[in-house]
Design a protein around this ligand. Structure first.
Ligand SMILES: NC(=O)c1ccc[n+]([C@@H]2O[C@H](COP(=O)([O-])OP(=O)(O)OC[C@H]3O[C@@H](n4cnc5c(N)ncnc54)[C@H](O)[C@@H]3O)[C@@H](O)[C@H]2O)c1
Length: 261
């Protein structure tokens, strides 16, 4: 049985085949979902990827503009009659803001990062609300930098903390309608956005050895948890931040010695 048969939803945040959102989209398609995509600037690639899984809903949407979000939600909702899931996989911070540490963050850089990376999930829920059904599921992507100081993550960590808390409040607001809102806190994955982070390459290399599972996670690992959250399997789960990070977040200290057998 396909877990998402009859479900239709919007996937944001695909820029190329490495995008976490693309890994999710592929698995959702295999599991019977009908998908619509939003893109920001890179139309050609997203159209190509979408057509490879028979999706022809591909709309431009800069998430710093409410009108564009409303337009996409209405277009999708009126065409497919319901929005059963939304994948919110968007983050942005200017490289100069990240490089200077939080101490040097500008007001404008702070607000823009928050606007795109945290606030944007609210209008997606607001404007899709008329199209939600019982069991609709909103899934966002977060990172450990929301909970702890992660070198180089800086203002993005602040935005992810706001995003995680926003998900919990949205879960409370929409819970009465049996609409669920959760976030996946993913370990580092080599994507376009991630390569813009200072220390990313070094961090990925180190973390594999420091994680309980002794590896990094993949797009597929994240996609499988997203599938669970979008499906009826997660009918009683909302307001959660689920780590998909090979267990890295549980670690406090490390030893060079071989672990206990
Ligand atoms: N790659 C990682 O290591 C990692 C780890 C944890 C969480 N995440 C999160 O996963 C999500 C997806 O990122 P990714 O790593 O797949 O990288 P990615 O570069 O593939 O995706 C980032 C997306 O954000 C979009 N975006 C940026 N500004 C936008 C705007 N104003 N309007 C609309 N879209 C905009 C880009 O177009 C792109 O599609 C992000 O929220 C990111 O923080 C990534």
């Amino acid at each position: 049985m396909k877990l998402l048969e009859g479900k239709r939803g919007l996937v944001t945040g695909v820029v190329n085949h490495r995008s976490i959102a693309w890994g999710i989209a592929k698995l959702f398609h295999e599991q019977g979902a009908t998908l619509g995509f939003t893109y920001h600037r890179e139309k050609k690639w997203v159209e190509k990827l979408a057509s490879s899984i028979d999706a022809d809903f591909v709309e431009n949407c800069d998430v710093s503009d409410d009108e564009q979000i409303k337009r996409v939600c209405d277009l999708f909702g009126s065409r497919y009659e319901s929005v059963d899931f939304i994948i919110h996989a968007i983050a942005y911070a200017d490289g100069n803001e990240l490089a200077g540490g939080v101490i040097n963050t500008s007001r404008q850089g702070f607000l823009h990062t928050m606007n795109v990376s945290a606030y944007s999930i609210i209008p997606f829920c607001q404007y899709s609300r008329p199209y939600f059904r019982e069991g609709s599921s909103i899934i966002s992507l977060s990172y450990l930098g929301a909970e702890r100081v992660c070198a180089g993550y800086n203002v993005l960590g602040i935005a992810k903390a706001a995003l995680e808390t926003t998900c919990k409040y949205l879960a409370s607001d929409l819970g009465g309608e049996q609409v669920r809102v959760n976030a996946i806190s993913a370990g580092p994955i080599r994507t376009l956005a991630a390569f813009g982070l200072p220390n990313f390459k070094e961090m990925v290399e180190k973390r594999a050895g420091q994680s309980p599972l002794k590896r990094n996670v993949t797009q597929e690992d994240v996609a499988k948890t997203a599938l669970y959250l979008a499906s009826d399997l997660a009918s009683g789960t909302t307001g959660e931040i689920i780590h998909v990070d090979a267990g890295y977040n549980i670690m406090g200290t490390w030893t060079e010695e071989v672990p206990c057998t």
